[in-house]
Design a protein around this ligand. Structure first.
Ligand code: ATP
Length: 368
């Protein structure tokens, strides 16, 4: 990934009548990065992608690709190409004709078309399958043909709208790795729209999370997971235990907070957040809680509770633990190192937490 901005969205807005689907969207995408727009259905992510592609015009704001203002540049003249959700390939054409479709309408010589089709098919590991009928392909192969058809146009930016959602889970996971690998080796910028947090996390350099037409947070997957900015992002990505807290002390980088179940904890301060005397929402990831039959040692605070539901996931075990003062049970995730489920419903256990792993989710919404 380079520092060069390949796509710049400047205060972009899209309205349909009185409804604003995308508002105040400003975003710089880097040359060679894999960027995902992630959010629930209807948040405006597809509309944002379609505006980059040129299928929809912004109501307001500017879109630049490779430094050039895209106003008045139609979709087919933009250095972008799009891969759609339903891998729209033509069933009556063979693989080669599907892939060459876009080139054949540009007056390019046959020999060059053939060479570029071979190259694109090799990229997606379908080398030599030119003559195969589209109807004789598996779901994964069809998706690769759709990718090859976009790549053969040698776009600077590949736009992907839920590209893997039609595939079953195993194939989807395999294609996630393949597409990531392909993107790295080609160095093309990929912009993907997805509502699947795991897909976004496994494939992307950076993720932009959208809710209700607004971009709420842009960060690398690990940062997004460790430091979600607010409750919306925290609950959309991974699992989170939410605890209301009162700020009883503060300094430049930290807050001291009192939660209903733990002794006061010193936590890292959210840059947007409020200070002393206020109520905030805090979050603790399930794997950040320690569990034991006695109070775990070396933790900043501990609390005694009782095990409720137990769910065995194979690689880890999830326990729901009721603790005094908190309405919802705390979710605790324990790696299954020893292939045992250590605690059963009704067991008395202790939980431990470090202040450093408690996340300040700000003050705008403390209802749980
Ligand atoms: P999904 O994952 O379900 O596709 P999304 O986040 O991609 O959702 P968009 O397709 O961008 O969402 O739609 C955002 C909002 O804009 C939705 O409420 C949708 O109904 C509305 N919308 C999108 N296109 C149009 C249109 N052409 N006319 C009117 N409303 C539209």
């Amino acid at each position: 990934m380079s520092d060069v901005n390949i796509i710049q969205l400047v205060d972009v807005e899209k309205s349909f009548g009185s409804f604003t689907a995308v508002s105040n969207l400003s975003l710089d995408l880097k040359q060679g990065e894999f960027f995902s727009l992630l959010g629930p259905s209807g948040c405006g992510k597809t509309t944002a992608l379609r505006m980059i592609a040129g299928f929809q015009d912004p109501t307001r704001g500017r879109i630049l690709i490779d430094g050039q203002n895209m106003e008045d540049v139609p979709a087919n003249r933009r250095p972008t190409n799009m891969v759609f959700q339903s891998y729209a390939i033509f069933p009556h054409l063979n693989v080669g004709d599907n892939v060459s479709y876009g080139l054949r309408h540009r007056g390019i010589a046959r020999a060059e078309i053939d060479a570029r089709v071979s190259e694109a098919l090799a990229m997606v590991e379908l080398g030599g399958l030119q003559k195969r009928r589209a109807t004789e392909l598996s779901g994964g192969q069809r998706q690769r043909v759709a990718l090859a058809r976009a790549l053969v146009m040698r776009p600077k930016v590949l736009l992907l709208d839920e590209p893997l959602s039609a595939l079953d889970k195993k194939l989807r996971e395999q294609m996630q790795f393949e597409m990531r690998h392909l993107q790295r080796s080609l160095g093309i910028t990929f912009v993907m729209v997805t509502h699947d947090q795991y897909e976004a996390m496994t494939m992307s350099d950076r993720i932009g999370v959208m809710f209700k037409g607004r971009l709420v947070q842009v960060d690398a997957p690990a940062v997004l997971y460790a430091r979600p900015r607010n409750r919306e992002v925290a609950s959309f990505i991974g699992e989170m235990n939410f605890l209301a807290a009162e700020v009883i002390g503060e300094d430049a980088g930290t807050l001291t907070v009192k939660t209903p179940c733990f002794a006061p904890l010193k936590i890292a301060r959210n840059p947007n957040a409020v200070g002393y005397g206020n109520h905030i929402l805090t979050g603790i990831r399930p794997e950040q809680l320690a569990i034991g039959r006695a109070a775990p040692e070396g933790y900043d605070a501990t609390v005694e509770g009782q095990v409720g539901d137990v769910a065995f996931y194979g690689e880890n075990v999830h326990y729901h633990v009721r603790v005094p003062g908190v309405d919802r049970p705390m979710a605790v995730s324990v790696p299954n190192y020893f292939h045992t489920v250590d605690y059963a419903r009704g067991d008395k256990v202790w939980l431990g937490v470090q202040g450093a792993s408690v996340i300040d989710l700000g003050s705008e919404d403390t209802e749980i």
